[in-house]
Design a protein around this ligand. Sequence first.
Ligand code: C5P
Length: 220
Amino acid sequence: GPVNGPLSGRHVIVTSGPTHEPIDPVRYIANRSSGAQGTAVAAALRDLGARVSFVTGPADVPAPAGVEVIRVQTAAEMRQAVEKALPADIAVMAAAVADWRVANASDRKIKKDGKGNLPVLEFAENPDILAWVSQLSEGRPELVVGFAAETNDVVGNATAKRARKGADWIVANDVSPATGIMGGTENAITLITADGSEIWPRMPKEQVAQRLADRIARAM
Ligand code: C5P
């Protein structure tokens, strides 16, 4: 990014993409996050001069150039990578982190036993990286931004999420199937801050990212 941008000298951590939670060495549980919005946010912050640590799960889209890319698979690895990347001035958590991991993952490929017995997966809750960073008592980033994918009562749910997690801002998007946003190229978001909510018009994910980055730069 430019050396004289509004975010030059600032360090930003961006999380992006899905996580993969292993079942055994060859199988995993994942979600449909493409990583497109997180990647666009990282590129837009870079373009404003920020030094970006980009912590990404296995995404469909390539990581942006000009950022430090830290590739992870699981939520536990993502948390560790964020911890290692701290301190930061700003954290933007755009990853679709799996809520649960498989607690009884096998270190060998699970086989059919030939008698029709079925494997039973047990789950354990993953760490909430956004809540943890938001509530750091020492070294909390000055601005912590989370995302929220909602299908109903977007403002109500996202406002509650902002308070529950302790984030400064929540970027909420309506992912009800009729919007076509999940997996699409456009996004329609509502920005939730301490001052209330702001509805942005539907626009390409790159433009959402640029507008968010401008807004972040103005807040710093
Ligand atoms: O609670 P929910 O998953 O809807 O919250 C979404 C926000 O929290 C996103 O910003 C996401 O990156 C973050 N998150 C996280 N760690 C988790 C779950 C969600 O950082 N384990």
